[in-house]
Design a protein around this ligand. Sequence first.
Ligand code: SAH
Ligand code: SF4
Ligand code: F3S
Length: 441
Amino acid sequence: MPNGKFVYLKTFGCQMNVHDSEKMLSILAEHNYRPTEDIHRADIILLNTCSVRAKPEQKVYSALGRLERLKEKNHHLIIGVGGCVAQQEGERLLDRIGYLDLVFGTHNLHRLPDLIRDVQASRRPMCAVEFYDEVRSLDISPIPLDGEKVKSYVTIIQGCENFCSFCIVPYVRGREKSRPSENILGEIKALSKRGIREVTLLGQNVNSYGKDLSGGFTFPQLLAHINEIQGIWRIRFTTSHPKDISEELIMAFGKLEKVCKHIHLPFQSGSDRVLERMNRGYTRKQYMEKAEQLRKVCPEIGITADVMVGFPGEGEREFHDTLDLIQRVQFDNLFSFKYSPRKGTRAAHLLDQIGESTKSHRLQVLQELQKGITLKRNQALEGRYEEILVEGLSKWGEEEITGRTSSNKVVNLNGNPDLIGQLVKVRIEEGYANSLRGKII
Ligand code: SAH
Ligand code: SF4
Ligand code: F3S
């Protein structure tokens, strides 16, 4: 490939997609493509897309619409769409958008340089959306392009086979496939040598880790091995499925000192009737018991979750069950969404869909409730001592640095940028709606 070309990449979607984007930039860097923030300078424009709800999907189409003019001005420009919308739509995207050059699915990242070369050679659009048994991109460890990084994502399992009735992910990410533990441990050791101090293990359901490997580690066993790696100070993971969270994993929060005291445990709804129709595999009682056990083993644990409103058939009563669960569990934070029917999923065919205005109203009520709980939980930390890993400069001004507590709360403080990458002891001065203010002691 020619020297000194530029790639502009925009990412939509979850951490998995963010990490896939890092992998793409890393592979392309090996082929002399440097990343640029300036879209007008780009030789290649890539969108890494998400189809989990209608909104992120629509954003992709509007972003594509804005690219048509650039293509008219520069016929050598290559525009590619990857990620979950690409996986779902495949050739249809090429039919729909005449100036698109490349569509590549979630199992085809590793082919990106070859695909680009083929497009350049043939001047014809290409589409690569096959699924493979061996997902090659699982083993790509991206080289951080911005040197100073303190933390890094590490993929441990790809795909999902849970088929929650609302969810597109199993269709666009394929079968569950765990990455061999020696590859994971090898990658993390290499990261620690490069100065990475915190790893976040990624998977649609990390608790399923190892089930498809014969004689391999379970997820808690994997954690125990990562806990032994020198130079790694903190271990996080996302996402856990409530039905698969084992006793052994709950105990890990008390036993493994590097495992951060935070769990993201989506509950989706507080109504048994809705949970059943969602095919989630647990009841509200079972969920609350898990949360209670976690707090028993580790009282400081931060618990966050995803929840949705307006799933088909959710009446006022079911919605109130959700509010009630929120009130009882007292989450540190919640990510809340309006249910959005996804083509090809079972819930999209249910007849009792909920109107948009009801969904909006419920979302507002739910978010108002959680806002109060989050603030209260943040304020409860005032006066407490916490250890934070300083991650970078704060957006709030000079001599301001930012980090996180073990429980994953953002702490801003006055301090020397030389502290970036170090663990510091702070006293929490104030708790706000979205962050804490701390003082180094
Ligand atoms: N693997 C993760 C979820 C990935 S999707 C897990 O199982 O927890 C992230 C979140 O998006 C989900 O937890 C859910 O709350 C939300 N979501 C997924 N499909 C959705 C849909 N059709 N409409 C609205 N929200 C959805
Ligand atoms: Fe979607 Fe359910 Fe799989 Fe999560 S566990 S990715 S919500 S199907
Ligand atoms: Fe979206 Fe795909 Fe992630 S649909 S949430 S980017 S797995």
